[in-house]
Design a protein around this ligand. Structure first.
Ligand SMILES: Cc1ncc(COP(=O)(O)O)c(C=O)c1O
Length: 440
């Protein structure tokens, strides 16, 4: 069968398709797998309990059942309009206005089928072919001010790839008073001197905060500078807040979250523990919300209402925030501590440096001068039943062929239970020690 160019683009092997296949295969496998590779959130008892209670209440309150004698419309028996479930959007407006001074109105929020779906829309809205005032075609890209960045961005453009990426400054830092850590920082000199920025070939700036894959949290000062640059060049600043505050709030550094009409803020219900309900939330200027709603109509008719129905009561009574503050954040903070201890025990005497854990559900490990690439390391670890993700996939817009650092890191999830985490780190330790020892 012959596929169109569009079909060929979306069916070629990609980093994200390999990752999702590995994840699916590991979950189906009857052999034990130390799954440190995927982006699944952890199983946390209090979280599961609350969601179960909420599902049960939904079953009883008529959300799933259309009452033929009533004119009221139940959420599951009807499409919402393309902007998304109105009751959830209203609850979100109230929630954000209670906790932030953003003055939101319902025309500033749209829902999508997961935030991955939102990035597909946004990156195609702001990246690709544009017409300038003289109707000449200009190719614009999404500026990623700090790579490494989220693997899922790489292949979302309908045609080609439209990224301009800035490589990081690497600072050695301490963590809880200990050495052996580093932190990426935005290289603003390189960013401000980008020809694409100066020549009007950037359509939007985007960063994940906390960052998948590194667990980095851009500082308030870095965010303020990015917001200023975005305004100066009249492009939106897209903030991917999948792990950020106020939910799931997997963020340990003391920072704030700002929004204004030039900011497109993306949230997700996935990392609070509901990746299966596929619900993303976009907070943006009405013009962007109208564009996203129009795309929803074409691609999905209307976004799913299941996640919206579960989350509406939790947003109305702030349970989503309490759960994030009191269960989800402390859980990952403890996992991060455990992972540091295990890694130091396995590889403390070897050239491992860990990105300072500031948030998200991942560790980013840098094996300095590793004798093989981490893509090769990935294969060895996979053979031994431990899954991680090699670093080279996390540099959208960068030619990694001559950037050694992009071949020396791995992303490791810390969402697994403690036993799996310990076993997986033990395998990583054994393999990496052998590689360094044999190269001496
Ligand atoms: C940084 C980041 N953004 C977006 C997504 C997409 O999440 P979802 O589509 O499940 O909302 C993920 C998923 O892992 C992520 O890590």
């Amino acid at each position: 069968m012959k596929f169109s160019k569009f079909g060929q683009k979306f069916t070629q092997p990609t980093g994200i398709s390999q990752l999702m296949d590995d994840l699916g295969d590991a979950l189906k496998s009857d052999k034990p797998v130390n799954m440190l590779g995927g982006g699944n959130p952890a199983r946390i008892e209090a979280v599961n309990d609350l969601f179960l209670e909420t599902y049960q209440a939904l079953g009883n309150d008529g959300s799933f059942r259309e009452d033929i004698n009533s004119t009221a419309t139940t959420s599951m028996a009807n499409y919402s309009n393309p902007q998304g479930d109105a009751a959830f959007i209203e609850a979100l407006v109230g929630f954000f206005n209670r906790h932030y001074d953003w003055n939101l109105t319902v025309d500033k929020i749209a829902l999508t089928n997961g935030s991955q779906n939102a990035f597909f829309y946004l990156f195609n809205l702001f990246g690709g072919a544009f017409s300038d005032e003289k109707s000449k075609s200009v190719d614009k890209s999404i500026l990623l001010p700090l790579t490494p960045e989220y693997i899922g961005y790489s292949d979302v453009h309908i045609e080609g790839q439209h990224f301009t990426a800035v490589l990081p400054h690497i600072d050695e830092v301490t963590h809880d008073g200990e050495a052996g850590f580093f932190k990426y920082r935005v290289d603003f000199d390189a960013l401000e001197n980008l020809p694409a920025l100066k020549e009007g070939r950037i359509g939007a700036i985007c960063c994940s905060r906390p960052t998948n894959p590194t667990g980095n949290v851009l500082t308030d000062e870095e965010m303020a500078r990015l917001a200023e640059i975005a305004k100066r060049y009249d492009v939106p600043l897209i903030i991917d807040n999948a792990y950020g505050m106020p939910f799931p709030n997997i963020i340990y550094s003391d920072v704030t979250l700002n929004w204004d009409d030039n900011t497109i803020l993306c949230f997700s219900l996935s990392k609070i523990g509901l990746p299966g309900v596929r619900t993303g939330i976009i907070v943006a200027a009405p013009e962007v919300i109208a564009a996203v709603s129009a795309m929803n109509a074409v691609v999905n008719l209307s976004p799913t209402r299941f996640g919206a129905s579960i989350a509406t009561p939790l947003v109305k009574n702030d349970a989503i925030k309490d759960l994030s503050d009191n269960e989800i954040k402390p859980f990952y903070q403890q996992q991060a501590k455990t992972a540091v201890t295990l890694l130091k025990k396995e590889l403390g005497d070897y050239p491992l440096v860990i990105h300072k854990p500031e948030g998200a559900i991942f560790f980013w490990l840098w094996f300095k001068d590793l004798p093989i690439t981490t893509l090769e390391l990935y294969d060895i670890l996979k053979e031994k039943g431990t899954l991680i993700v090699p670093s080279q996939y996390f540099f959208p817009g960068v030619d990694v062929s001559d950037y050694q650092h992009a071949h020396e890191c791995i992303r490791m999830s810390i969402a697994a239970d403690e036993d799996t985490l310990a076993k997986g780190i033990a395998v990583i330790g054994e393999v990496v020690r052998k590689l360094y020892d044999e190269a001496k």
